[in-house]
Design a protein around this ligand. Sequence first.
Ligand SMILES: [Zn+2]
Length: 235
Amino acid sequence: MEIRFLHELQQQENNYEKLLVKITTISEDDQIDRLIDEYAKLKEEYAVLSEKKAEIERGILQKKSQCRRLEESKSNYENLIYTPEINSVKKLETLEKQIDDVQKSIELEMDNIDVLRNSLNEVANQIVSVKKKMAFIKKKYETIKANKKEELNFLINEKENIKELIEDIKLNIDEDLYTEYVKMKERLTNPIAEISSRKCSGCNMELPAMDYEAVKLGNSLKCQNCGRILVFKKK
Ligand SMILES: [Zn+2]
C-alpha cells in the first residue's frame, strides 16, 4: 500500500517540477519587453513624422503669405496702368512685363504649395498608419500582460496545492521507505516504476512471471534489471 503512496508522491513531485519549469518559462518570456521596445520605436517614428508635418505646414503658410505679397504687388502694378505716370508705350510695356513677372512668381509659388500639400498628405497618411500600429501594439501588450498575470496566478496557486498534496501524501509513507526513495532518486529518474504490459516502465525489461504475479498481489519488489521499486498499475 505504501508503495502506491510513494508512487503518487513521485507523480506529484514530477508535476511540481513541471510547474516550476512552466512558471520560470512564463516569467522569463520577453514578449512583453519586445512589445515595449516596439512601441517605443513607433513613438519615436511618430514624433519624427509630427515634426515633419509641422515643418511642411509652416512651409505652406510661408508660401501662402509670399503669394499674398505677390498678389498685392501685382494689383499695385495693375493700378499704376491708369495713373498719369504711365505716359509712354515704353513705360507701359515695362509695367506689363513687371506684372507678367509677378504673375509667374505667383504661379511658381502655387506650384510649390501643391508640392508641399502632397507631401503633407503623405506624411499625414504615415502618421495614421503609425498610430494604428501603436494602438495595435498597445492592445496586444495589455492582453498579453493580463493573460500572463492570470496564467502565473493560476500556476502559482496550483504549485501551492501540489506542495500541500505532497506533504499530505508523505504522512502516509514510512520514514525509512521515504529515505530510501530519496536516495534512489539521486541515481534514478522515477525510482518507482509502474508495470506496463508486464514490463518495468523504468527500464522496459520484461519481468519474470513470478515477480509480476508477486507485485500484482501487492508485494513490494525491485526490478532485477534496474533496481526500481515496482508498482502494479490498477486499471
Ligand atoms: Zn527496471
